[in-house]
Design a protein around this ligand. Structure first.
Ligand SMILES: Cc1cc2nc3c(=O)[nH]c(=O)nc-3n(C[C@H](O)[C@H](O)[C@H](O)COP(=O)(O)OP(=O)(O)OC[C@H]3O[C@@H](n4cnc5c(N)ncnc54)[C@H](O)[C@@H]3O)c2cc1C
Length: 410
């Protein structure tokens, strides 16, 4: 029996999939979860609605993976998003596809996804040890022997799957415990960094715009290596700087640079309008509706509250008529609307990050099995790996696919 025992550390999406897959192959599975319940982070995904995957195919998913996408080739092809959707629906949770190919339970309840896993754990008679952490993974002659719990109890097993997640949203239980457990066995950890996280801005005046959101902007960052990175989408101004989908995406590309240095951002507030068309808009407004006030005219371009604050910040009297707008101020407005310059001074804390970038180096893991190249019988899955993707359901698919592959092989 002992030789057939798989010990899974962590009851998040990756660990749950790994445990149930191994159990479906008649392995004796023991799942150890630090919390008193499974899937604490899963429960808050997608704002409580759980964006469980994306209809994108494996190739597209790898492109949406910012770090080490290619490593996922085998995992994403052994359980792709169609397979995952069929699996979830066959277990009684109907799904729907929303904008951008994002998949959610029809009920809009992440709780339903948790219940599905609870039922499966019972179905496979998986022993779950709650409220316990592992002190040590026991290895003899470079082979797994089992684990030692914090209460000194030893559990014997032939394989250990480490699915303890990253370090973001630590209140959910993901506190990076897995890193030290496997570092002690010779694995290397790529420095964990926040990803999919808001960005702090140095310019103090940005606070004036707090609470305002814009539907579509284009942001271009220039890194110290003169590399240009662009993202497009909704933007939110906050008390510390910027947030919203386009900024979260930008953070995934900038985190490696922002750890050490600030980065210049250029925000095109009107990406659908060329510079020439914007100039034409001003010239026509001055010519044809010169007695209309500046503020009302600009309200045609962007939300009222934004325009009012922008005029204030630029020190332009918005109550003047369009024909009183000086050429200097017109140019200033045009330049700002097409290229507002800001300085990204850093990322917000890992506590606010949707995902951790960095983690166990994938160079030391066999992508076909998820097994460690250093210790026989040691497997990895989910966010503990040095892999991170953009928002859209990709990160959960990665957790489920790597969980599946590790469970198949453990
Ligand atoms: C607010 C928020 C919203 C998100 N929304 C989405 C979304 O809609 N779609 C999407 O694709 N992704 C989303 N994500 C990302 C997604 O939740 C993660 O990628 C995913 O949960 C990773 O799964 P995991 O199993 O690897 O790790 P986790 O979900 O972090 O699970 C790890 C588990 O291991 C346990 N654990 C930790 N240490 C130990 C230990 N020493 N012993 C025993 N157990 C331990 C933890 O308690 C935890 O239960 C979101 C993340 C956040 C924070």
């Amino acid at each position: 029996m002992i030789n057939n025992t798989v010990i899974v550390l962590g009851g998040g999406p990756s660990g749950l999939m790994a445990a149930c897959t191994a159990a479906s192959l008649n392995k004796n599975v023991i799942l150890i979860e630090k919390n008193k319940e499974i899937g604490k982070k899963l429960l808050i995904t997608g704002g409580g609605r759980c964006n469980i995957t994306n209809i994108a195919n494996p190739d597209e998913m790898m492109k949406k993976t910012v770090t080490n996408g290619k490593f996922l080739y085998n995992a994403l092809n052994s359980l792709n998003s169609q397979d995952l959707m069929e699996f979830i629906e066959s277990k009684g949770v109907p799904l729907k596809v929303e904008e951008g190919g994002k998949v959610f339970p029809i009920s809009n309840l992440a709780r339903d996804v948790i219940s599905l896993w609870e039922t499966l754990l019972e179905h496979y008679k998986i022993q779950v040890i709650y409220g316990t952490t592992v002190k040590k993974i026991i290895v003899e002659d470079e082979r797994i022997e089992g684990v030692e719990l914090h209460n000194n109890k030893v559990i014997k097993g032939s394989s250990v799957i480490v699915a303890t997640g990253g370090v973001s949203y630590p209140a959910t239980g993901s506190t990076g415990d897995g890193y030290s457990l496997v570092e002690a066995l010779g694995h290397h950890i790529v420095q964990p960094k926040p990803s999919l996280v808001p960005i702090a801005i140095s310019e103090e005046w940005i606070k004036e715009l707090m609470g305002i959101s814009l539907e579509k902007v284009k942001i271009t960052a220039t890194t110290i290596k003169n590399k240009k990175i662009s993202t497009e989408g909704p933007l939110i101004f906050t008390h510390f700087g910027l947030s919203g989908p386009t900024i979260l995406e930008m953070s995934a590309y900038l985190n490696q640079y922002l750890i050490e240095k600030s980065v210049k951002l250029r925000i095109d507030l009107l990406p659908e309008l060329s510079i020439e068309n914007l100039e034409q808009f001003f010239l026509t407004a001055i010519k044809d509706s010169g007695n209309k006030i500046i503020r009302t005219t600009l309200n045609q371009l962007l939300p009222k509250n934004f325009i009012a604050k922008l005029l204030q910040v630029l020190n332009i009297d918005g109550e003047l008529q369009m024909n009183q707008l000086t050429k200097k101020n017109r140019n200033l407005l045009q330049q700002t609307l097409k290229g507002m310059e800001l300085t990204a001074s850093g990322l917000r804390s890992i506590k606010e990050a949707i995902i951790t970038s960095g983690g166990v180096s994938v160079k030391e893991i066999n992508p076909k099995t998820m097994e460690s190249k250093i210790i026989k019988g040691l497997y990895f899955c989910g966010e503990i790996l040095d892999i991170d993707a953009l928002t859209g359901g990709y990160n959960l698919q990665i957790a489920f696919s790597t969980g599946y592959l590790s469970g198949l092989n453990a």
